[in-house]
Design a protein around this ligand. Structure first.
Ligand SMILES: Nc1nc2c(c(=O)[nH]1)N[C@H]1C(S)=C(S)[C@@H](COP(=O)(O)OP(=O)(O)OC[C@H]3O[C@@H](n4cnc5c(=O)[nH]c(N)nc54)[C@H](O)[C@@H]3O)O[C@H]1N2
Ligand SMILES: Nc1nc2c(c(=O)[nH]1)N[C@H]1C(S)=C(S)[C@@H](COP(=O)(O)OP(=O)(O)OC[C@H]3O[C@@H](n4cnc5c(=O)[nH]c(N)nc54)[C@H](O)[C@@H]3O)O[C@H]1N2
Ligand SMILES: [Mo]
Length: 764
């Protein structure tokens, strides 16, 4: 077993409180305070003039795609701008004037930087030139691009098998970069391509593919505007997808109803003031019609209860279900109904914790309506039964015939701005014979046929010494993955870790024996080659591919684009002895697009994207074509309810995002809508649980998990009384990744159980 590196690296930074101030929770999202907060943030990082002119190009046809979330742009963008508070923060983070340059690394050792908070590390600024951390050293020093590529190639050549390499991707890349990366990794000889989506919507991909034949959602923005009912389950759009609120507002204007299912009464779901519309800014809209405050991970119980009641009405002949749809398009209806018989209403009420009046109100609404959309995010996917959660949503839509017509469908709301595109163009640890055959035809080499490792299994392989080189196209693996201590040991046992990044993060500090930082252009920056500006493409959450073109000057002359970096690495490895001309391909995006079009079905129109019109990828659900599924039908599923065996005083923890972060990037220390200011180390708890366990408000506690008799501890949190169901608690990630076990994850999708971790809360 290889020994971890001997550098003295802190995995969390020095833990200290920053001075919590509590206010009331907000009664609405966005509005004037949102715009003000966004602009203040951008002005501080990049100056007023540049911030305003850059924001006006965000999500516009001739501009660049927001580096934040993957929410689609409306066909006609608002004249007041098409960005939200958190998009503005994402831009400021990337376009900051601060720089983590060679002098910075000379002054600060990795040991020192690791004691800083994630917030402070992020504020160090943009990475400006390639840097190397040599074995035994604690300072990064400059290295040329050429030597960096040679170092990677040499290290990859020492591996006894290509499966000893791990090639991670985070969803910020472009289609072009992701395609080239996948091509290189396959040419190198492995499918070890873990992806951030393994920790994110993998449960949606698996659940939807098995029931509907495509791992993506089916709705478009127009559907959301036209729906009669939109259910928003396990998602906090006010913070994580603010522009979605405009679509929900449009739905309401058309008399649509919104049902939100969430253990928390999230501000954005309750009320909304649209900063980009004068009317909305003044008056605001009440968004949620019914809020069902479900207990954590009891969504299957809740949905079953609703469907059981609907089924009883339907059996009485009240025409609640769409029987024509069920007969024509689905499989398994009868066995689905008989499975529902296994659960009594009393049990389901008890599990989900919702009062009968609210259930009846919801049933009455769903019974009458047929144009239903279900939106969801991490509140459904990051559980042991994440896949079952998604399949239960599909069951409801099938019963109501709510697919394949205007105003209906599935809407898994994606995270990273191009996480969906990366998967479409081939970032996948699974083997697709269809893709392998096209790659072989187009590029003239045989891709590997052995299944690769996903995120959780890649960590285990590194920990066990079975993988020795780790390369990341973006992201912050060390902080994002569950079980911080175990993941750190895994990375520290590698011979070499490589990060292709825009900004400094903890993954540059928790490294292998040797480490490289390869700095890359951000989405907002101009990508110029021989005097010509190049563009890239991305796919949004609704399957539309479109152009993105930066507007700002690059932060350093030494930055390379992601495709160029991948081309450079591959060229150094193959040294001309491969059918692909890697270096040329890396700098010629038009040719990459031609190759994507030749390889991936539905991508033909990408070669026309210089016009910037965008195009939708094929979607069989929109066409009601289920021919690839058993019997050519969409599938009903029997989903078990979640079963957590808890001891007295144990609580179920969900690890969530504050309003001031993008995953592991901490923009600030506030969570304004939830009334939290200047502190991240807090745990939201129900007053009844506080009383039962004798916790005072702001008491200092540790969060402790105990899986398989291993105690894991996250130290020093302040107890905050909050409107959250009894038995449930919430705290922010990545701080809480300390206590999430690496070997407990969702069945079938292997997504870590970040939203249902059994914990005990201990006084210090
Ligand atoms: N500003 C900003 N935008 C982002 C991100 C960011 O960090 N910051 N991250 C991006 C990424 S990668 C992603 S994946 C998305 C994440 O978007 P979300 O999924 O909205 O993010 P989370 O904070 O994880 O919130 C989960 C929500 O689910 C609820 N929840 C938790 N457990 C359960 C449950 O068991 N049942 C139900 N019904 N609800 C539950 C929580 O109360 C919370 O409201 O956002 C993307 N956009
Ligand atoms: N406990 C817990 N853990 C979680 C989650 C949770 O809810 N709870 N959520 C999970 C989810 S949904 C996700 S998606 C993962 C996120 O996992 P990751 O995607 O790995 O993490 P990020 O924090 O989004 O990565 C941020 C880093 O990406 C780099 N970066 C930013 N822009 C670019 C770019 O354009 N190019 C390149 N090359 N690099 C760039 C910057 O260096 C930045 O520091 O975390 C997961 N982890
Ligand atoms: Mo995500």
């Amino acid at each position: 077993m290889p020994k971890p590196t001997e550098r003295n690296i802190s995995l969390t930074g020095t833990i200290r409180f920053t001075g919590l101030k509590l206010t009331n929770t907000a009664s609405y999202a966005a509005g004037v305070p949102g715009v003000k907060a966004a602009l203040q943030h951008s002005f501080k990082e990049m100056g007023a003039l540049e911030a305003l002119s850059t924001l006006s190009k965000m999500n516009q046809k001739d501009g660049f795609d927001c580096p934040g979330c993957a929410w689609p742009d409306p066909e006609v963008p608002s004249k007041l701008g098409e960005y939200c508070e958190n998009g503005a923060k994402a831009l400021a983070e990337e376009a900051t004037y601060e720089k983590a340059d060679a002098d910075f690394f000379k002054t600060h050792s990795v040991e020192e930087i690791s004691t800083w908070s994630d917030f402070k590390i992020g504020k160090s600024g943009r990475l400006t030139r390639p840097m190397v951390l040599r074995a035994g050293s604690i300072h990064y020093t400059p290295i040329s691009w050429e030597n960096a590529f040679t170092l990677i190639a040499d290290e990859l050549k020492t591996l006894s098998h290509p499966d000893e390499g791990i090639f991670y991707t985070s969803g910020r890349s472009s289609n072009e970069a992701a395609f080239l990366y996948g091509l290189f990794v396959r040419a190198f000889g492995t499918n070890n391509m873990p992806d951030c989506s393994n920790m994110c919507h993998e449960s949606s991909g698996v659940g939807l593919s098995e029931t509907l034949g495509i791992g993506k959602g089916s709705v478009t923005l127009e559907d959301l505007h036209e729906a009669e009912v939109v259910m928003v389950i396990g998602q906090n759009p006010g913070t994580n997808h603010p522009r979605m609120l405009s679509a929900l507002e449009a739905c309401k204007k058309n008399d649509g109803k919104i049902i939100s299912i969430n253990p928390l009464a999230e501000a954005g779901l309750i009320r909304f003031k649209d900063p980009q519309s004068l009317n909305g800014m003044l008056k605001g809209t009440s968004l949620t019609d019914i809020h069902l405050q479900v207990k954590i991970n009891q969504d299957v119980a809740l949905l079953k209860l609703l469907m059981k009641k609907l089924a009883a009405q339907d059996a009485k002949g009240e025409k609640v279900f769409d029987h024509e749809f069920i007969n024509t398009y689905t499989n398994g209806y009868e066995s689905f109904l008989s499975d529902l018989e296994n659960y009594t209403e009393a049990t389901l009420y008890e599990l989900c914790g919702i009062a009968s009046e609210q259930i009846d109100q919801t049933v009455a609404l769903l019974a009458k309506k047929n144009k239903i959309i279900i939106c969801w995010a991490m509140g459904l996917t990051q559980h042991k039964n994440g896949v079952a959660n998604v399949k239960e949503c599909v069951n409801l839509l099938l019963l109501k015939g709510s697919l394949g017509k205007l105003g209906t469908g599935t809407c898994p709301v994606r995270g990273h701005s191009n996480v969906q595109g990366d998967r479409t163009v081939g970032i996948m640890h699974h083997v697709s014979n269809e893709l392998n055959q096209s790659l072989e035809k187009v590029f003239g080499f045989t891709p590997p046929e052995k299944e690769g490792l996903d995120t959780v299994h890649a960590v285990q392989a590194m920990h066990e010494g079975k993988a020795k080189v780790f390369i990341a196209l973006g992201g912050n693996f060390a902080s994002a993955v569950a079980d911080t201590q175990y993941t750190a040991e895994a990375l520290q046992r590698c011979n070499l870790t490589v990060q292709i990044s825009t900004k400094l993060n903890r993954s540059h500090l928790i490294t292998g024996q040797k480490a490289l930082i390869l700095p890359t252009l951000g989405r907002s920056e101009k990508d110029i080659k021989n005097g010509n500006q190049r563009f890239l493409t991305v796919e949004n959450s609704m399957g539309k591919v479109h152009r993105t073109k930066g507007v700002l000057p690059p932060k350093s002359k030494q930055l390379k684009s992601e495709p160029e970096i991948i081309g450079g690495m591959a060229d150094a490895f193959f040294k001309g002895k491969h059918p692909v001309a890697w270096k040329n391909l890396g700098s010629d995006y038009n040719t990459i697009r031609e190759k994507i079009a030749a390889t991936i079905t539905g991508f033909e129109a990408v070669t026309e994207e210089s016009k910037g019109t965008g195009f939708y990828l094929p979607n069989n659900v929109r066409e009601l074509d289920f021919s690839k599924l058993p019997n050519g039908k969409a599938q009903f599923s029997a989903c078990a309810v979640a079963d957590h065996k808890m001891k007295p005083n144990e609580l179920l923890l969900m690890t969530i995002r504050s309003h001031d972060q993008f995953n592991t990037t901490i923009y600030g220390l506030n969570d304004r809508y939830r009334g939290i200011h200047n502190e991240r180390r807090i745990i939201f708890m129900n007053q009844t649980d506080m009383t039962a366990q004798h916790f005072k408000k702001l008491e200092i506690v540790d969060l402790v998990s105990n899986y398989d008799s291993i105690e894991r501890r996250a130290e020093q949190f302040l107890v905050v009384p909050y409107n959250i169901p009894e038995g449930n608690v919430a705290a922010y990630f990545p701080e809480t990744n300390m206590i999430i076990p690496y070997n407990h994850f969702a069945d079938y999708s292997n997504t870590p159980i970040s939203k249902s971790v059994i914990v005990s809360v201990e006084k210090r």
